[in-house]
Write a protein that binds this ligand. Structure first.
Ligand SMILES: Nc1ncnc2c1ncn2[C@@H]1O[C@H](COP(=O)(O)OP(=O)(O)O)[C@@H](O)[C@H]1O
Ligand SMILES: [Mg+2]
Length: 308
């Protein structure tokens, strides 16, 4: 698990905010120091954390424009156990104003995070549903990107575009950027297409797909209306247990990576097990022989590195 994790997918409604908020609460429940940054002008992560987005003294806007220190804009989230950088629709103007700047516009967030980086174990960034300057700032600031996706046909095309952007950012501005993992969200095992897309994701991205699957769960959908992560709304619900399991999987993977890095000092270690190994490019051999060529092409393009 990396320190700064961007939760990104340019498609709206795939579960980015739900994942950012509930993963923040789940990691905080393991006594990690967690910062959640809302980088979406819709302010859903802010409202979902119980902070009124219409009453913000300072927000992501001032921080991105360099008008306020990050630390001065942070709010504690009472029912969540984490700290929040809130946002609201004003952030749209930051996007526009950043676009008109020529120097350093992609590195605003990275520079803002620097002074507080070591104060947190994990910093999650909830991205807007676009590959815009806000998302670029998140990807330039991040150590890794977590990609929530719904297992449906068009999701694969979107994944290809996103991985292409990640690759471009890696080449141009942030070489260590890794894929933290692809997360299957709102999963319904009774849906055949969902199962098919899920199987293809596993085949092509292997270990980059989280083993934890987030089911469709009404408690996850209603928790934001109470301004709480699901853990503080119904901790026994399948949604709450799924996000706890995701936190557990990320922690376990981190421990395994550390262990194998340790072993690597004295001997050999398989490249995938080493931290920093093959980000995003887990290209599996083309299995062939199934009847859904279109999604496969999209995945192939994505898994191939997507330098477009
Ligand atoms: N696992 C889930 N089960 C049921 N509803 C969900 C689940 N994940 C997200 N939702 C709902 O789907 C909608 C879109 O989710 P959201 O996290 O806001 O997506 P994004 O941030 O990618 O736009 C929201 O209304 C949210 O409550
Ligand atoms: Mg969102």
């Amino acid at each position: 698990m990396k320190r700064v994790i961007a939760v990104a997918n340019q498609k709206g409604g795939v579960g980015k905010t739900t994942t950012a908020v509930n993963l923040a609460a789940s990691l905080a429940a393991t006594r990690r120091r967690v910062l959640l940054m809302d980088l979406d002008p819709q302010g859903n992560a802010t409202m979902g954390s119980g902070i009124d987005k219409s009453q913000l003294a300072r927000s992501a806007l001032e921080v991105l424009l360099g008008e306020a220190e990050l630390a001065s804009a942070l709010c504690p989230v009472e029912h969540g156990g984490y700290t929040l950088l809130p946002a609201n629709q004003d952030l749209t103007s930051a996007e526009v104003r950043l676009l008109t700047q020529t120097i350093g516009r992609e590195t605003r967030l990275r520079r803002a995070i620097e002074p507080v980086r070591s104060a947190y174990d994990v910093i999650l960034v909830d991205c807007p549903p676009a590959l815009n300057m806000l998302t670029v700032n998140a990807l330039v600031a991040a150590d890794s990107v977590l990609i929530p996706m719904q297992c449906e046909y068009y999701a694969l095309e979107g994944l290809s575009a996103l991985l292409g952007t990640v690759e471009q950012i890696r080449l141009a501005a942030n070489p260590p950027l890794e894929i933290e993992g692809i997360l299957r969200t709102m999963f319904d095992p009774r849906n055949n297409l969902a199962n098919e897309v899920s199987a293809q994701l596993l085949m092509h991205f292997g270990d980059k797909v989280f083993r934890t699957v987030i089911p469709r769960n009404i408690r996850l959908a209603e928790a934001p209306s109470f301004g709480r992560p699901v853990l503080f709304h119904d901790k026994e619900s399948r949604g709450a247990l799924a996000y706890l399991a995701l936190a557990g999987e990320m922690i376990r993977r981190e421990e395994e990576a550390l262990k194998s890095a340790h072993t690597a000092v004295g001997g050999s270690v398989p490249p995938e097990a080493a931290p920093g190994g093959s980000p995003g490019g887990t290209t599996a051999a083309d299995p062939g022989g199934d009847d859904s060529a279109e999604p496969r092409r999209a995945i192939d393009a994505a898994a191939g590195g997507g330098t477009s």
